[in-house]
Write a protein that binds this ligand. Structure first.
Ligand code: IMP
Length: 192
Protein backbone atom coordinates (compact mmCIF):
# COMPACT_ATOMS: atom_id res chain seq x y z
CA UNK A 1 0.00 0.00 0.00
CA UNK A 2 1.27 3.48 -0.89
CA UNK A 3 0.96 5.81 2.07
CA UNK A 4 1.83 9.43 2.62
CA UNK A 5 3.04 10.65 5.97
CA UNK A 6 0.91 13.46 7.37
CA UNK A 7 3.65 15.58 8.92
CA UNK A 8 6.14 18.23 7.97
CA UNK A 9 8.50 17.12 10.75
CA UNK A 10 11.43 15.44 8.98
CA UNK A 11 12.66 13.85 12.21
CA UNK A 12 9.36 12.00 12.45
CA UNK A 13 9.44 11.05 8.75
CA UNK A 14 12.89 9.46 9.23
CA UNK A 15 11.65 7.46 12.22
CA UNK A 16 8.50 6.30 10.39
CA UNK A 17 10.58 5.06 7.46
CA UNK A 18 13.07 3.24 9.68
CA UNK A 19 10.45 1.60 11.90
CA UNK A 20 8.28 0.40 9.01
CA UNK A 21 11.15 -0.83 6.81
CA UNK A 22 10.15 -4.50 7.08
CA UNK A 23 6.44 -3.91 6.40
CA UNK A 24 4.78 -4.09 2.97
CA UNK A 25 4.15 -0.38 2.75
CA UNK A 26 5.58 2.31 0.52
CA UNK A 27 5.91 5.46 2.58
CA UNK A 28 6.57 8.92 1.27
CA UNK A 29 6.43 12.38 2.80
CA UNK A 30 3.37 14.45 1.84
CA UNK A 31 4.05 16.60 -1.27
CA UNK A 32 3.40 19.70 0.83
CA UNK A 33 2.21 20.36 4.32
CA UNK A 34 -1.41 20.96 5.19
CA UNK A 35 -2.40 23.32 8.02
CA UNK A 36 -4.20 21.42 10.73
CA UNK A 37 -5.71 23.00 13.86
CA UNK A 38 -4.76 20.61 16.62
CA UNK A 39 -7.90 21.18 18.66
CA UNK A 40 -8.22 17.62 19.97
CA UNK A 41 -8.36 16.91 23.70
CA UNK A 42 -5.78 14.15 23.52
CA UNK A 43 -3.13 12.59 21.28
CA UNK A 44 -5.58 10.25 19.54
CA UNK A 45 -8.01 13.02 18.61
CA UNK A 46 -5.17 15.13 17.21
CA UNK A 47 -3.72 12.21 15.24
CA UNK A 48 -7.16 11.62 13.66
CA UNK A 49 -7.57 15.34 12.86
CA UNK A 50 -4.19 15.35 11.06
CA UNK A 51 -4.88 12.16 9.11
CA UNK A 52 -8.32 13.37 8.00
CA UNK A 53 -6.98 16.75 6.86
CA UNK A 54 -4.26 15.10 4.75
CA UNK A 55 -6.67 12.50 3.39
CA UNK A 56 -9.08 15.25 2.31
CA UNK A 57 -6.23 17.04 0.54
CA UNK A 58 -4.44 14.13 -1.17
CA UNK A 59 -7.17 11.46 -1.41
CA UNK A 60 -4.82 8.58 -0.77
CA UNK A 61 -3.84 6.51 2.30
CA UNK A 62 -2.25 8.62 5.01
CA UNK A 63 -0.43 7.93 8.24
CA UNK A 64 -0.22 10.53 11.02
CA UNK A 65 1.33 10.78 14.44
CA UNK A 66 0.59 12.98 17.41
CA UNK A 67 3.10 12.66 20.18
CA UNK A 68 4.62 14.39 23.16
CA UNK A 69 6.14 14.21 26.59
CA UNK A 70 4.17 14.05 29.86
CA UNK A 71 5.93 15.00 33.10
CA UNK A 72 3.82 13.86 36.06
CA UNK A 73 5.10 16.45 38.59
CA UNK A 74 3.88 19.37 36.47
CA UNK A 75 0.42 18.05 35.65
CA UNK A 76 1.55 15.96 32.64
CA UNK A 77 2.80 19.06 30.80
CA UNK A 78 3.82 19.72 28.08
CA UNK A 79 1.63 16.80 26.84
CA UNK A 80 -0.26 17.57 23.64
CA UNK A 81 1.43 20.99 23.62
CA UNK A 82 4.95 19.53 23.42
CA UNK A 83 5.73 20.97 19.99
CA UNK A 84 4.45 24.44 20.88
CA UNK A 85 5.65 24.61 24.49
CA UNK A 86 7.89 27.67 24.12
CA UNK A 87 7.30 30.85 22.17
CA UNK A 88 9.42 29.97 19.15
CA UNK A 89 8.67 26.24 19.39
CA UNK A 90 12.28 25.20 18.67
CA UNK A 91 13.53 21.99 20.28
CA UNK A 92 16.09 23.97 22.33
CA UNK A 93 13.64 26.54 23.73
CA UNK A 94 11.06 23.88 24.48
CA UNK A 95 13.66 22.04 26.57
CA UNK A 96 14.72 25.29 28.28
CA UNK A 97 11.14 26.13 29.23
CA UNK A 98 10.62 22.65 30.62
CA UNK A 99 13.87 22.76 32.61
CA UNK A 100 12.77 26.12 34.02
CA UNK A 101 9.50 24.63 35.24
CA UNK A 102 11.12 21.67 36.97
CA UNK A 103 14.18 23.33 38.44
CA UNK A 104 12.99 22.99 42.06
CA UNK A 105 11.79 19.41 41.74
CA UNK A 106 14.23 16.62 42.72
CA UNK A 107 15.18 14.35 39.82
CA UNK A 108 13.74 11.22 41.43
CA UNK A 109 10.31 12.91 41.25
CA UNK A 110 10.56 13.62 37.56
CA UNK A 111 8.79 10.56 36.26
CA UNK A 112 7.77 11.13 32.65
CA UNK A 113 6.63 9.34 29.55
CA UNK A 114 6.60 9.83 25.83
CA UNK A 115 3.20 9.15 24.25
CA UNK A 116 2.55 8.51 20.58
CA UNK A 117 -0.80 8.09 18.85
CA UNK A 118 -0.73 7.01 15.22
CA UNK A 119 -3.61 7.03 12.77
CA UNK A 120 -3.82 5.35 9.38
CA UNK A 121 -6.62 6.02 6.89
CA UNK A 122 -6.28 3.14 4.47
CA UNK A 123 -7.24 2.65 0.82
CA UNK A 124 -10.81 1.72 1.84
CA UNK A 125 -11.10 4.87 3.99
CA UNK A 126 -11.01 2.79 7.17
CA UNK A 127 -9.47 4.60 10.14
CA UNK A 128 -7.00 2.61 12.28
CA UNK A 129 -5.58 4.00 15.51
CA UNK A 130 -2.97 2.87 18.02
CA UNK A 131 -1.32 4.53 21.00
CA UNK A 132 1.75 3.57 23.01
CA UNK A 133 3.92 5.07 25.71
CA UNK A 134 7.51 4.83 26.85
CA UNK A 135 8.22 5.38 30.56
CA UNK A 136 11.26 7.15 31.97
CA UNK A 137 12.48 10.26 33.80
CA UNK A 138 13.37 13.78 32.83
CA UNK A 139 16.90 14.82 33.81
CA UNK A 140 18.16 18.38 34.23
CA UNK A 141 21.16 18.25 31.89
CA UNK A 142 21.24 17.45 28.17
CA UNK A 143 22.93 14.15 27.31
CA UNK A 144 23.61 12.87 23.79
CA UNK A 145 23.17 14.27 20.28
CA UNK A 146 21.02 11.56 18.77
CA UNK A 147 17.28 11.81 18.07
CA UNK A 148 15.29 15.04 18.28
CA UNK A 149 13.00 17.11 20.51
CA UNK A 150 13.19 16.21 24.17
CA UNK A 151 15.42 13.13 23.59
CA UNK A 152 18.55 14.55 25.33
CA UNK A 153 16.67 15.05 28.63
CA UNK A 154 14.58 11.85 28.55
CA UNK A 155 16.35 9.19 30.65
CA UNK A 156 15.33 5.62 29.89
CA UNK A 157 16.17 3.57 33.03
CA UNK A 158 16.21 0.14 31.37
CA UNK A 159 19.12 1.13 29.13
CA UNK A 160 20.56 3.59 31.68
CA UNK A 161 20.88 6.27 29.00
CA UNK A 162 18.91 9.18 27.61
CA UNK A 163 17.16 8.81 24.25
CA UNK A 164 19.78 11.26 22.99
CA UNK A 165 22.44 8.65 23.79
CA UNK A 166 20.71 5.70 22.08
CA UNK A 167 21.40 4.59 18.52
CA UNK A 168 18.41 5.04 16.15
CA UNK A 169 17.81 1.26 16.23
CA UNK A 170 17.88 1.14 20.03
CA UNK A 171 15.41 4.04 20.22
CA UNK A 172 13.04 2.44 17.68
CA UNK A 173 12.96 -0.84 19.63
CA UNK A 174 11.70 0.75 22.85
CA UNK A 175 10.18 4.08 21.81
CA UNK A 176 6.55 5.15 21.98
CA UNK A 177 6.59 5.64 18.17
CA UNK A 178 8.22 2.27 17.44
CA UNK A 179 5.72 0.43 19.60
CA UNK A 180 2.66 2.33 18.31
CA UNK A 181 3.57 1.87 14.63
CA UNK A 182 4.34 -1.84 15.01
CA UNK A 183 1.09 -2.37 16.95
CA UNK A 184 -0.93 -0.63 14.23
CA UNK A 185 0.66 -2.36 11.23
CA UNK A 186 0.79 -5.82 12.81
CA UNK A 187 -2.98 -5.58 13.34
CA UNK A 188 -3.94 -4.91 9.71
CA UNK A 189 -3.63 -7.29 6.75
CA UNK A 190 -1.24 -5.88 4.15
CA UNK A 191 -1.38 -7.17 0.60
CA UNK A 192 1.72 -7.80 -1.54
P1 IMP B 1 3.40 16.98 17.26
O1 IMP B 1 4.02 17.27 15.94
O2 IMP B 1 2.30 17.92 17.63
O3 IMP B 1 3.01 15.55 17.39
O4 IMP B 1 4.53 17.28 18.33
C1 IMP B 1 5.36 16.34 18.81
C2 IMP B 1 6.42 17.02 19.70
O5 IMP B 1 6.65 16.19 20.83
C3 IMP B 1 7.75 17.11 18.96
O6 IMP B 1 7.91 18.35 18.35
C4 IMP B 1 8.74 16.90 20.09
O7 IMP B 1 8.96 18.11 20.75
C5 IMP B 1 8.01 15.97 21.04
N1 IMP B 1 8.32 14.56 20.70
C6 IMP B 1 7.49 13.64 20.14
N2 IMP B 1 8.14 12.47 19.95
C7 IMP B 1 9.38 12.68 20.38
C8 IMP B 1 10.52 11.83 20.41
O8 IMP B 1 10.53 10.67 19.97
N3 IMP B 1 11.62 12.38 20.96
C9 IMP B 1 11.67 13.64 21.43
N4 IMP B 1 10.65 14.48 21.40
C10 IMP B 1 9.50 14.00 20.88
Amino acid sequence: MKIIIATSNLDKVREFQRILEGFKVELSPAPYSVRVSETGRDFIENAILKARAYYREFKMPVLSDDSGLEVDAIGKAPGIFSARFSEDGSYRSNIERLLGQIKNIPEDRLKARFVCAVCLIDDREIIHVAQETCEGYVIKELRGNSGFGYDPIFYYPELKRTFGELSPEEKDTVSHRGKALRKLFLAIPLEE
